[in-house]
Design a protein around this ligand. Sequence first.
Ligand SMILES: *Cc1c(COP(=O)(O)O)cnc(C)c1O
Length: 408
Amino acid sequence: MNTGSPIIDEAFPRPVRWGEPELARLAETLRQPSLFYWKGPQTAALLAEFRKHHAFKHLTACSSGTAALHIAVAALRLRPGDEVIVPPITDMGSVIGILYQQAVPVFADLEPRTYNLDPAAVRRAVTARTRAIMAVHLAGNPCDLAALRAIADEHKLALIEDCAQAWGARYQGRPVGLIGDFGCYSFNDFKHLSCGDGGVVGTNIDDYGTSLQKWGDKSYDRVAGEKDAALLRDPADLAPNYRITEPQAAIAAAQLPRLDAIVARRREIAAQLTVELAKVPGLLPPESRSGDTHSYWFYFFRLETARFAGGQAAFAAALRAEGVSLSEGYLPKPVYGYRVFQTHNFFGGAWPVRDAGLTSMDYRQVRCPVAEAIIADGLLLYMNEAMSDAYVAKLARAVTTVAARLQH
Ligand SMILES: *Cc1c(COP(=O)(O)O)cnc(C)c1O
């Protein structure tokens, strides 16, 4: 059926992600007497650059997005068995910190077209043990933050925003991260901005803000320690070492001025794809709320599978034959379907909070039908700011051509 050469007959574009600004900062870093983050000029520069985009009162740089999220969860001082509502389609990094704090991730289902937490499902998931909601802005599409904020306020829950995929995204004009109690960001190598690995966590709540640094730094209190050395090393809590280093911070600081251009180009590409895909019956482009700024870490659309011979698998195979870089469904299964959840193997084959009777959660019983449908019929197109208009036109043509060919 596929005659001749593929529609996309060129290599997948790769952006040049680092250059003179990063080199200059790294050179400066290597002339410093220390590469330690605390009082480090590169870490300070990173936080200053970050604040130009997100005006947080309290900020801590750390070693990853997972670390940023763990720090936010730890700052809530959860009790074993407390519950945090999370979406089932997300990175493992969203749930790792919850489990390490002996709290219980509770999966709530998604909206079918934004792929983000459905506020109605979140409301149904609230129990007497719920302490927080983790809003993941999947692919850079802002969650329904007004609705989630209202549920959180009504039940006195914290709202943590996982912005790892949402650099540059805006909820009704405001940068994501600032509507919740915490905003958490990742600089891992695959995100809009990268320093290899790194993260930032911010809050405007003073009670959390003053302790944010400690939760990623062995609970050493460097602020108090400056006034009284005895206070530095007398940890009052248990906390891991999630410190960033100066070379990472230097690269991250130099990356931030690139953000607006990266997001603007990604939005143009996505808009071009959506215009073309929306013309084809059975292709369902992603939706974002009007007034929101989706920053398109990836482009994810769904198929009305009954309309296409062979469904998701055949569609994906045909796209690959046309030279398209894609993945089926983003994740192979929802997070609760992962082996570690299905076997409750969180700590050496056991799950202490359940063994102690502090939760009755059984992840083998969890079902989120919308999330499962999204995984079963969705296709993820890899994208980045280096794609030319001509490349995007070929990409759109590959999708619409395959759709026409497989249409019943
Ligand atoms: C990447 C990612 C994380 C984790 O970030 P790391 O820096 O890789 O630890 C968390 N949540 C989401 C939604 C992510 O995409």
